[in-house]
Write a protein that binds this ligand. Structure first.
Ligand code: NAD
Ligand code: UD1
Length: 339
């Protein structure tokens, strides 16, 4: 089967996608500068699958090295995960975010053009729906205004990809809008390894349960939602990864641009998921209620019908699975990939 390049593939979502692609029979090449990941994830992917992959430690923006990679291989499809993703950091360092996220996209597109690679799958985010659209979000809706530079990089990269596909009718561009990916591989061998203090809810909850952090602050319990805390569409990272395998199959058979939400369609509140984590794992997550966090929307969840209809993809894992697998990863790797 054909060779798939995972740009930024050593990270959280890329590593899980590599496992699913290898298990399906694809050849996998990962290019990553490890700025937010570890080479250990590569050996763990090989351990889980019993398959080898090719790893290039390089910055995607280094076009000389990227071209050498394209020359040495026969890539059919690129999956573009490479980017910075911390929302709060993007507000303080917008130029760094625009520079890295937009430049990686442009370098990949230039190389693809030069080496005649026609298929690209892009990691976008539900954040592009902005605050104007009502939930559940569907792909027909116009993009809204983002609350931070990270979100704007995603909206801009979607535009760049759409314009590129318009100019070259032989291309296939698949934009995947992720909702809230959490959990870890069921083996506990790969998972999310945040550097420093995690920004996202579930890594914070797991670090609190294991004692790395003293408590979790739940941001706001005065929203107009059933229990006052925000609602989100949490999706198991393995289900998300399987969505990429379906997207690869689709991209290889079709041309043009398609956008797909990857979510479960089921909203859960912050309190609900924290309580589920405690219950299924028999642990306590010390938590306090604090003020709202700037930029948070009360409610964000997907209409996931399009991915089901056109990709034949639907989620299989439950909220309990997500909590159980995250805890397994946290217990087996209390310091992430660090020794
Ligand atoms: P991650 O940080 O774990 O993975 C991204 C990888 O890209 C890292 O391994 C990092 O080292 C690499 N990278 C960044 N810039 C690079 C560069 N210039 N050259 C080479 N490698 C580079 O993040 P993730 O959670 O796996 O997310 C993957 C993609 O999905 C990102 O684009 C992210 O914005 C997007 N996304 C993530 C979420 C989420 O909740 N995790 C939600 C929506 C969208
Ligand atoms: C955020 C980003 C989104 C990005 C995603 C993955 C915003 C508005 N959205 O989504 O663009 O794609 O991360 O990186 O920033 N929470 C707490 N306490 C915590 C952390 C979070 O109560 O310590 C709450 C938040 O208020 C939110 C929910 O948990 O209601 C989920 O938060 P988080 O995991 O950060 O994801 P999002 O904010 O949904």
């Amino acid at each position: 089967m054909s060779q798939i390049l995972l740009a930024g593939g050593a990270g959280f979502i890329g590593s899980h996608t590599a496992v699913e692609l290898l298990d399906t029979g694809y050849e996998v090449i990962i290019a990553d500068n490890l700025m937010n990941s570890s080479a250990k994830s590569i050996t763990r992917i090989e351990q889980i699958t019993g398959n080898q992959l090719k790893f290039y430690q390089l910055d995607i923006r280094d076009t000389e090295k990227l071209e050498a990679l394209f020359q040495e291989n026969d890539i059919s499809t690129v999956i573009h995960f490479a980017g910075l993703k911390a929302v709060g950091e993007s507000i303080g360092k917008p130029v760094m975010y625009y520079r890295n996220n937009i430049d990686t996209t442009l370098s990949l597109l230039e190389c693809m053009n030069k080496y005649n690679v026609k298929n690209i799958i892009f990691s976008s985010s539900a954040t592009v729906y902005g605050e104007e659209n009502p939930v559940p979000y569907n792909e027909e809706m116009k993009k809204g205004s983002c609350t931070n530079p990270y979100g704007w990089t995603k909206a801009m990269m979607e535009q760049i990809l759409e314009d590129t596909a318009k100019s070259d009718k032989s291309m296939s561009v698949i934009i995947l809008r992720y909702f809230n990916p959490i959990g870890a591989h069921e083996t506990g061998l790969i998972g999310e390894d945040p550097q420093g203090i995690p920004n996202n809810l579930m890594p914070c909850a797991a670090q609190t349960a294991i004692g790395i952090r003293d408590h979790l602050t739940i941001f706001g319990n005065d929203y107009d939602t059933p229990d006052g805390t925000c609602l989100r569409d949490y999706i198991h990272v393995t289900d998300l990864a399987k969505g990429h395998v379906k997207a690869v199959e689709y991209a290889q058979k079709n041309k043009g641009v398609e956008i797909f939400n990857l979510g479960t369609g089921n909203p859960y509140s912050v309190t609900e998921i924290v309580e589920t984590f405690e219950k299924v794992n028999g642990v306590t997550v010390n938590h306090v209620y604090g003020p709202r966090r700037d930029g948070d929307l009360p409610n964000c969840y997907a209409n996931a019908d399009k991915a089901m209809k056109m990709l034949g993809w639907k989620t299989e894992k439950t909220l309990e699975d997500m909590c159980r697998d995250l805890w397994k990863w946290q217990q087996m790797n209390p310091n992430g990939y660090k020794d």
